[in-house]
Each structure stands twice: as C-alpha cells, then as structure tokens.
Design a protein around this ligand. Sequence first.
Ligand code: HAM
Length: 435
Amino acid sequence: MVSKINTISTMPYKGVRDFYPEDMFLQDYIFEKMSSVARLYGYTEYGASVLEPAELYRAKSGDEIVNEQTYTFKDRGDRDVTLRPEMTPTIARMVAARKRELPMPLRWFSIPNLFRYESPQRGRVREHWQLNVDIFGVSSLDAEVEVISLASDIMKAFGAKPDMFEVRLNSRLLTNYILYTHLALPEEKAHALLKLTDRKDKMSEPEFREKVLEIIAEKSEEYVKIMSASSLDDLIALLPNSAKIEGVANFKELKRRLREHGIQNIRFSPTLTRGFDYYTGTIFEVFDTDPKNRRSLFGGGRYDDLLGVFDADRIPAVGFGMGDVTVADFIDTHGLAPVYKSLTTLYIGRTSEQFNVNAVQLAEKLRQKGISAEVDLSDKKVGEQIKTAVKKGVPYVTIVGDDEVSSNNFKIKRLADGQEEILGESAIADFFNAK
Ligand code: HAM
C-alpha cells in the first residue's frame, strides 16, 4: 500500500512575510534611515519582549480590541499573554517603572515587530515593524514641533519631496469639544461617531450623511457640516465660543511653528481621529499624496495620561509610529527604492577544488583587513562560479589556480564592466579600502 505523504506548504503563515536577501536589504535600508535620523535628534534606542501581559492592553484598549485584534493566548501557567500589537503601552510601562531615575525629557526610539490579527490587504499585514519615536516630559508644543520635524526629516532621508506627502493635523481637544460640549452627545454616541468619522474618506458624502443620521438623528446635518470644514477657520466659524477651546489656540500656534521649521505640507483635518483612546491633544497622520497610493503612511499624537494606568504620576508624552510596510509602499510608488547590491566585496573562485585551501587563506587575510570575501567551495567549472558571483550580485571576482599560487598575484575582475587589475596579494585589501 502506498502511504499518503502530507506535504508542508512553503508559504509563510497568513499575513506575515519572509525576508529573502533582497527584502532584507530594503528593510535594513529603511531601518538605517529611521534610526540615523532619530539619533540625530538625540533619541536613544530601547527594546522589550514581544510578549506582554494581556491586561496591559485591556486597561486602555478594552476587551473588544484584545479579543478581536490581538494574538492573545493562555500560557502553561494560566496567564493571559498577548503578542504586542503596538509599542506605546510597553514604553509607558517601562517609563512608569523607572520614572524617578529616568532623565527627563526622555527621548527614546525603537523599531519593534508588532502583531495584529488583521485581514491582510495592501499596507496591512499581521506582523509589521514600526519605528516608534516618543518624547516624555514636555507639555509644551515644543514636543509636537520636534517630533513632527523628525518625522518629516525621515521622509526627506528616503528622498521624499514635500509635495509627495502631507501631514494632517487635528486635536482631540477640538474633537471632544465638538462631540461633548457643542453637540452634547452621550459617550456611546460620541464613540460611534468617532469610529464612523475615521472611515469618512473611504465612503461617499451621501453614505457618510446617512450613517451619521443613523447615530444622531437631530444633529446630523450640523455634524456633517462641521466635518466637511476645509480649514480651521471654516470650522471655528461653525462653532460659537470656539475661541475658548484650548485645542484651537494651540493648534494655530503649532501650524505656525511647523511652517517656521520649513514644514509647509500640513493640513488641518477635522475628520482625523486616530484609533487609540489614549491620545489627549494633538494628533497627526502623514498621507501619501500620489493618487496611486493615497493612504496613511504613519501617525501619532500627544498622550499625557497613559501612565495613569500604572498608578504613576502623569508624564506628558508625544510620539508616533511609522510602519515598514507603508513606508516601503511609499518608496516604491515614488521610485525611491535603493538598488540592491551585495554587501560582499570579492567572490573567490578556484580552477579546481585542490586550490580550496589557498582560496580560503586569501579570504582570511582579506577579512582581517576588513574586506568581505566569499569562497565558492563548489565543484562547478570556473564559468559557472563566475555566474554564481553575478547572480549573488558580488561586484568583484578572482580565480585562484596554479599561476596565482606560484606568483602570489591575482587578477581582480569588476563584473559590471569586465575591468581587470592584477595585484599582489598584499595590495588587494588596499585596492578595495581605497574605493
Ligand atoms: P497606528 O496608527 O496603529 O499607531 O500605527 C502606526 C503605523 O504603523 C501605521 O500608520 C502604519 O504605518 C503601521 N501599521 C499599523 N498597523 C499595521 C498593519 N497591520 N500592517 C502594516 N503596518 C501597520 C500606533 O501604533 C501608535 N502606538 C503609534 C504611537 C507611538 N503613538 C504614539 N507613539
């Protein structure tokens, strides 16, 4: 009897990615730009485990989010564990734990991998990496100005021009004023409206109007009008007494300060909500302006009260999260992707396997001088070995054989144009180091 063999799929788990060397090259490029700009602003790197107690998210995000959007399971000790879906609760926990020792203002960054149980689609996966930049201990607008400038500088480091993206701004104080003071809505309706408003861009005007009507019957027209305001001044005109709203005065000042910093591509957006409950003031989200990729790239805001869940004193905080997937889509859309190149400098082939030892010795000498070298070690013919070097994208190749071993001179060939150079063994490292 023939037994049935169950083959295992070579596909990765749903919604997560494998990183082949070309993918890793892009990922490293993105992380390097992110972290070098963060370091230029004086931010230091921190890290934490992907595992967190589920209660960390239940406290601020609610059971619904934990149950539906996270990977939460019981460990063998009957503890509820969650694979972190975002980094903000973790950084808040870490800061609260050492708040007396940590030097304020505290500037930290991290590029963690995060897990969200999503329906995979363009820009949305189940595991992504997210640069988190957060500043603690500054309650003035200086924090917002710094963090948004930093974000804008990262975009520039990717080669983005200001017209390729747009920073949308709003304030939770303004949204709260509209919902709770101006329209005097109960919590439940306000919440439902916020969720709907978050999706306004994804629906037609009549559809939005109809859905608002389902939530708040009598004030629906007014709400639609407010949410259609195209500038802060238009919105203020619709809100009597708005001069008294804390968010408004602040907000005008923020726009002015950002413009002073050369950031012109900013726009007020009353429909900007951001998903998390912990934001308390300014919120912002950066959008791609290309019609092919009109989507949110990243976002953040001020969250002054999050440390309260740890029974710690209030510490003001501002930060943002920038995902690797949305950034890669942006880079791709605008033709800004770096060309893949191997990080190995020299590929060493041999005329036959008998020269393996000589080839390895040459590689070792070069490595000691900081030159990366890879030895073929296969039983392939010389032509095939060179083809392997080309396929791997290694820029230079040399072949070790009888002549090379006896003369100790090597022909170094640049694969891009076939240019050759004959060098004594001791001159090879200098040749590459001078490049
Ligand atoms: P968020 O808006 O949920 O904010 O995520 C920030 C960014 O992470 C998104 O704009 C997107 O670039 C990326 N992202 C989020 N979910 C996914 C996904 N499923 N697939 C691919 N990329 C994704 C936060 O997480 C806040 N904790 C950010 C923050 C830090 N606020 C203050 N400090």
